[in-house]
Design a protein around this ligand. Structure first.
Ligand code: MN
Length: 241
């Protein structure tokens, strides 16, 4: 049975072509698969399950229709939608995965991650991540009125863009030692992640054994899907509209 992986769609009402492409994908190609994994940053911003607007509601409904056909959807949170919670899971039928999830893909133990925790050379980002992942900070944020949450999220994205503009490209990529550590920790020889928007299949070696790291692409100008069928993995693109 085919398994599909996507990440970094960054869906937002301001980019309807990406949303249309994803909705067509869910109603079409994705139905040839038994399982769809979404590895984070499905949304450009997610300010709480209770704050989903009409654009988000349409995506939730499409995911619900997809899982309603008996197919499974695993959702791993990204750095843009780390506040996705149990209500999202209940409304979509998706299964929320931990930040590091081991799953069987065609007989291979695959380690799934969003990818931001692999960028360990970006110390400023990792500090920010630790802060916004503190349960107390999240609880406080989620008690704010929804419009204020939206403003704060937009401010955080502007700050992040400004900070990233001054960072060398290498700092914003994964660190090889973090990749090796993660594979070793989970006894896996396959890592699938997104976040860096640098789609590729990398061969590497961990403790003398060959391993692979597959990076998913973003959905800025086209869709990007990893399709894993009987013949193995293949990175594919989907044309917008
Ligand atoms: Mn990301």
């Amino acid at each position: 049975m085919t398994t599909l992986f996507v990440s970094d769609l960054h869906l937002d009402a301001s980019r309807p072509a990406a949303t249309d492409c994803f909705l067509r994908f869910l109603a079409g190609q994705a139905r040839d698969a038994g399982t769809l994994y979404i590895l984070g940053d499905l949304f450009e911003a997610w300010t709480g399950d209770d704050a989903a607007g009409p654009h988000e509601q349409a995506i939730l409904a499409a995911l619900r229709r997809y899982t309603g056909t008996g197919r499974s959807c695993g959702f791993l949170r990204g750095n843009r939608d780390f506040l996705v919670g149990q209500r999202f899971a209940a409304e979509t039928g998706a299964i929320l995965l931990p930040d590091e999830a081991l799953v069987d893909v065609g007989g291979t133990r695959a380690l799934l991650m969003h990818g931001d925790t692999l960028c360990t050379d970006d110390h400023a980002y990792q500090r920010y991540r630790r802060l916004v992942h503190r349960p107390g900070v999240q609880a406080l944020y989620l008690r704010l009125p929804a419009p204020l949450r939206t403003d704060l999220a937009a401010w955080a994205r502007r700050r992040s863009r400004a900070a990233n503009a001054g960072k060398p490209a290498a700092i914003m990529d994964v660190s090889q030692s973090a990749v090796t550590d993660a594979l070793r920790r989970h006894g896996s020889e396959l890592l699938i992640h997104g976040h860096t928007h640098r789609p590729a299949v990398h061969a590497l070696e961990v403790d003398g054994r060959s391993a692979r790291r597959i990076v998913l692409g973003d959905w800025y100008t086209q869709g990007s899907v990893l399709q894993w069928a009987a013949a193995g993995p293949e990175l594919r693109t989907l044309a917008f509209g």
